[in-house]
Design a protein around this ligand. Structure first.
Ligand code: ZN
Length: 148
């Protein structure tokens, strides 16, 4: 099996049998976001404790890239601190912009299966949709912490 077909299978596995799909009744942050160029939608629900992502659930519909990326993200980030999540998001973005070292970085786990998306700029938005929602959720959490 070539690496490419292995990656393809991993994307389909997350798309057809997504991990962490669902909602939270009382999320500490929730964000809904659309990618109009493809029609993808993602809703993220985060439960945070001590600046750590205790629970991450997502809802959504759209292409396999957008939904697999959300499923991989949730699998990888549950239990991580918000700072670790930001570092992984940064590395993932570098990979999608064609950084070959990022594409081999073990810290990205299953997300490395999306490395080939870097060759298709229109699909990069699909892959980043859940991550843009996560960044928005992080901004809203930080805004809550500001002294008023
Ligand atoms: Zn898409």
């Amino acid at each position: 099996m070539s690496l490419e077909s292995l990656y393809q299978a991993l994307i389909l596995k997350h798309y057809r049998d997504p991990r962490h799909r669902g909602t939270l009744e009382t999320p500490d942050a929730s964000v809904r976001m659309r990618n109009p160029s493809c029609g993808d939608e993602i809703g993220l629900f985060l439960g945070i404790r001590d600046r750590r992502i205790e629970t991450l659930r997502f809802q959504g519909e759209g292409c396999s890239i957008s939904q697999a990326s959300a499923s991989m993200m949730a699998s990888l980030l549950e239990g991580r601190t918000l700072a670790e999540a930001s570092a992984i998001a940064q590395r993932f973005t570098e990979m999608l912009h064609g950084d070959a070292q990022a594409a081999r970085d073990p810290s990205l786990g299953d997300l490395r299966a999306l490395a080939g998306v870097a060759r298709y700029p229109a699909r990069v938005r699909c892959a980043l949709l859940a991550w843009n929602a996560l960044a928005e959720a992080q901004r809203s959490l930080e805004a809550e912490e500001e002294p008023r």
